[in-house]
Design a protein around this ligand. Structure first.
Ligand SMILES: *[C@@H]1O[C@H](CO)[C@@H](O)[C@H](O)[C@H]1NC(C)=O
Ligand SMILES: *[C@@H]1O[C@H](CO)[C@@H](O)[C@H](O)[C@H]1NC(C)=O
Ligand SMILES: *[C@@H]1O[C@H](CO)[C@@H](O)[C@H](O)[C@H]1NC(C)=O
Length: 541
């Protein structure tokens, strides 16, 4: 049966597909399109796009290289609109996730024909490399596909222990998740054209750790041919990619109690991985605060994608010579949710707490350098050490080093290689819907007019804000308009200046300052990355 499906059906259908194109109305809301990989059954979404849920690869062996699908198969044959199972992760019971999770959810604008040659946009979700899926809130790509006249492809990839931490077993590859994303791009190149997509205009984009994976793909030469440009939303660039040696302790610890990784239950693997993260990251002495992530193995991933040489990242391994146009955006209060979710931030923090809080996160000497810096001075609070409230100052520091300034440092170096680099910052918090919990986070993130928190740009980009007001609708229109030009031509609106030398010129998106530039402040080249190390500089192995 599988042989039949894999070999004969595509051969037959490829012939048919060459002769005719036929979206056939089979059942209400169902569209069948002939593709080079056989018939694709899609469903029409409320917004009018055609949604296809399709398996792009399977992994015959756990941690093995993915085999790209050669047949167009939905996640559920009797229910083509069913979203795919999420990849194994905490928070779901074993019946709710599946290792067979390598799916793309495609959103195609109505009336698209194979000759339409629309740009394709592959979206890589975030979730610290351990959670998330194509079903994440806000990721229905219908509105984005229609507004940008592009095929939006939301991709799932192996997560956590299964995607980033292979054991030392034969057949296991390093960077399984990166292999997955490349397989997804290959599938798009094969199947996309018969759905109306152009292989010459592929953009990859993602948010948070998803943007980190976009950055990784920029440092993976074998992926280079599959996309033309990239948009990175809120990439926590402070965490560099890993040297292979940094993964070894995670592997040793995780598999110490697992006698047979290839046959162990997924639940046991998830538990072992959680224990490892807890054990190894408590002292914060290994690789910084973030767990396993892509490894610069020198074969698949070849560049560290960081601007500064370190003991493990020699200067010829920092950035590729072949560069692509990129947009880097961050939001004004990236660290808001992380900080305010911390019980220590539940009530106002007097100035006396500033240095201890910094020390707990940055260690010495970084904490002292930051506390003493004029960039983070708060004279009123300093004069009243037991009063005041340094919580927003804490959010500023977190936002700067984890996201904003590490992005600026990257932007300067990448642009120096000849790439067009556009940097922007989302502002005007009132315009950004927010579903963070607990409530304290939501209050911080919504009550301050200039505050936009991590993830708040997703609904705006996808046009999925629940009950949008006129300001939100206008901001979505602006951002989707910029994306439309970006996926088509590689220009995010003619009015957006790119990085010039060391001047990043981050454009304000939304709010009263719209169109203006963000002052560099502590992202001055002389401060973060030079005087004060990012984590990838501070942790050397
Ligand atoms: C597939 O969809 C059908 C119809 O909605 C449903 O009854 C069935 O449980 C689904 N199968 C799986 C594996 O989810
Ligand atoms: C391995 O087992 C030991 C003893 O039961 C336990 O203390 C440790 O946390 C386990 N390690 C992992 C990674 O599960
Ligand atoms: C910060 O300032 C204090 C007080 O002036 C000083 O004692 C300390 O050494 C300074 N720390 C650093 C890292 O410069």
């Amino acid at each position: 049966m599988r042989t039949f499906l894999y070999v004969i059906v595509p051969a037959l259908l490829a012939g048919i597909a060459q002769c005719m194109y036929m979206p056939i109305a089979a059942a209400p809301n169902t569209v069948t399109t002939m593709t080079s990989l056989g018939p694709a059954v899609g469903t029409v979404t409320a917004a009018g796009a055609v949604k296809y849920v399709v398996r792009y690869a399977s992994t015959p062996v756990r941690w093995g290289a993915p085999a790209v699908e050669r047949v167009f198969l939905p996640a559920n044959i009797s229910n083509p609109s069913a979203m795919p199972p999420v990849c194994p992760q905490d928070g779901y019971s074993p019946g709710q996730y599946s290792e067979d999770c390598l799916f793309l959810v495609l959103y195609v604008p109505p009336n698209t024909r194979p000759s339409s040659s629309l740009p394709m946009l592959m979206w890589i979700h975030g979730g610290t490399n351990i959670m998330g899926s194509a079903s994440n809130p806000g990721l229905d790509g219908s509105n984005l596909a229609i507004a940008t006249q592009s095929i939006v492809a939301v991709v799932q990839y192996r997560l956590g222990v299964l995607g980033f931490l292979p054991p030392f077993t034969p057949g296991a590859v390093t960077n399984p998740a990166i292999h997955d994303l490349i397989a997804a791009l290959q599938f798009l190149h094969t199947a996309g054209p018969s759905l109306g997509g152009s292989t010459a205009r592929v953009t990859i984009a993602g948010q948070s750790s998803g943007a980190g994976l976009v950055r990784t793909l920029l440092g993976t030469p074998s992926a280079s041919q599959y996309f033309a440009r990239a948009w990175l939303h809120s990439d926590p660039m402070n965490y560099g990619l890993l040297p292979p040696a940094s993964l070894a302790p995670f592997q040793q610890e995780t598999y110490a109690n697992i006698s047979s990784p290839l046959t162990a239950s997924v639940a046991d693997l998830l538990t072992a991985y959680d224990n490892t993260l807890y054990t190894l990251e408590q002292p914060f002495d290994l690789v910084g605060l973030e767990g396993p992530r892509p490894v610069v193995d020198g074969q698949l991933v070849q560049y560290y994608m960081q601007p500064f040489a370190t003991s493990y990242a020699p200067s010829n391994r920092l950035l590729p010579q072949q560069v692509k146009a990129i947009v880097l955006t961050t939001v004004s209060a990236e660290a808001g949710p992380a900080d305010y979710a911390n019980p220590a931030f539940a009530t106002p923090l007097p100035y006396a707490a500033f240095l201890p809080v910094l020390e707990s996160v940055l260690g010495e000497p970084r904490a002292g350098l930051v506390a003493n810096s004029s960039y983070y001075a708060d004279p009123a609070a300093e004069n009243n050490p037991s009063g005041g409230d340094i919580r927003s100052l804490g959010v500023e520091v977190g936002t700067d080093y984890l996201w904003r300034c590490s992005n600026y440092a990257f932007a300067r170096a990448y642009s120096a290689l000849g790439a067009k680099v556009y940097v922007g910052e989302f502002q005007a918090g009132a315009l950004y819907p927010d579903n963070d919990s607990p409530q304290a986070v939501a209050d911080f993130c919504t009550d301050t007019p200039s505050t936009v928190c991590h993830e708040d740009d997703i609904y705006i980009l996808f046009g999925t804000t629940p009950s949008p007001n006129s300001g939100q609708t206008a901001l979505t229109r602006e951002l989707q308009g910029r994306y439309k030009q970006w996926v088509l031509d590689g220009v995010p609106g003619g009015d957006w200046r790119g990085v010039q030398g060391s001047v990043v010129g981050a454009r304000i998106l939304g709010g009263q300052g719209d169109g203006g530039l963000v002052a560099a402040g502590a992202c001055d080249p002389a401060f973060w990355g030079k005087q004060v190390d990012f984590d990838y500089q501070a942790y050397s192995s």
